[in-house]
Design a binder for this molecule. Structure first.
Ligand SMILES: [Zn+2]
Length: 231
């Protein structure tokens, strides 16, 4: 998997509603710098992503859990947390990050909102994970048969505030030509770019090699997570 790195600002600006809304924080695109490997293993982005991939492989194969969900672990975390990864994913009841990545208490900083969209509050939460808690990876995780994405593709009337999600999902909907699964993947790519580019905190951490931002899609039927290349 190749992470979303802030090296192609032009294509991001071309496709981003956030850019036209003035929410993109300007500045020169950071150039990739060598990853420093002086941190403990779980703190480097590659190790964090490998840990997630291995956890999902255990989950999807039905292997027993290796996650620490003990009360002793709960108590040991009461003084603080150092989650090795942050996950921006859908609120869907079938996509619980700790279960599908086989992780325990204190391992994942999870941000969940229908359609896994990166709005201001979601970005703020991810900035806290990456900039304060030291998470080494941010995974934007969409999933097959996403109701929020399907509703946006359909574009019909919906009750209450649900349509507030549509503005965030619009770039993916425009790309998908009516196909929900295409829109799911396009939305993951778009939101990952928003996360990677719109936050100075995230951009700086990525440029320094402390953080990777990647997209992935969870398959409801198989339980597998497919990590996406940048595109
Ligand atoms: Zn969903």
């Amino acid at each position: 998997m190749r992470p979303f790195a802030p090296v192609d600002r032009r294509s991001f600006l071309r496709g981003s509603a956030l850019a036209t809304a003035g929410l993109f924080v300007g500045g020169a695109a950071a150039h990739a710098s060598p990853v420093r490997r002086t941190a403990p293993l779980a703190d480097v982005p590659e190790a964090a992503l490998r840990r997630l991939a291995e956890g999902n492989a255990r989950f999807a194969s039905g292997a027993g859990t290796e996650a620490d969900r003990s009360l002793a672990r709960v108590r040991s975390l009461s003084a603080g947390q150092t989650p090795f990864a942050a996950i921006l994913t859908c609120a869907d009841s079938r996509v619980p990050p700790e279960l599908i990545f086989d992780q325990g208490f204190g391992d994942l900083f999870t941000v969940r909102v229908a359609g896994n969209v990166a709005g201001t509050e979601e970005l703020a939460s991810l900035e806290y994970a990456a900039g304060v808690l030291g998470s080494a990876a941010i995974v934007v995780l969409g999933h097959t048969s996403c109701g929020a994405v399907a509703a946006a593709v359909d574009g019909g009337p919906v009750p209450g505030q649900i349509s507030a999600l549509y503005a965030h999902l619009a770039p993916a909907v425009a790309e998908a030509a009516g196909d929900v699964e295409t829109a799911v993947e396009a939305n993951v790519r778009h939101q990952a770019k928003v996360v990677a580019y719109a936050s100075p905190v995230v951009r700086e951490a990525v440029a320094q090699g402390r953080l990777a931002v990647v997209g992935a899609v969870y398959d409801l039927a198989s339980g597998t997570v497919r990590f996406l290349d940048e595109g």
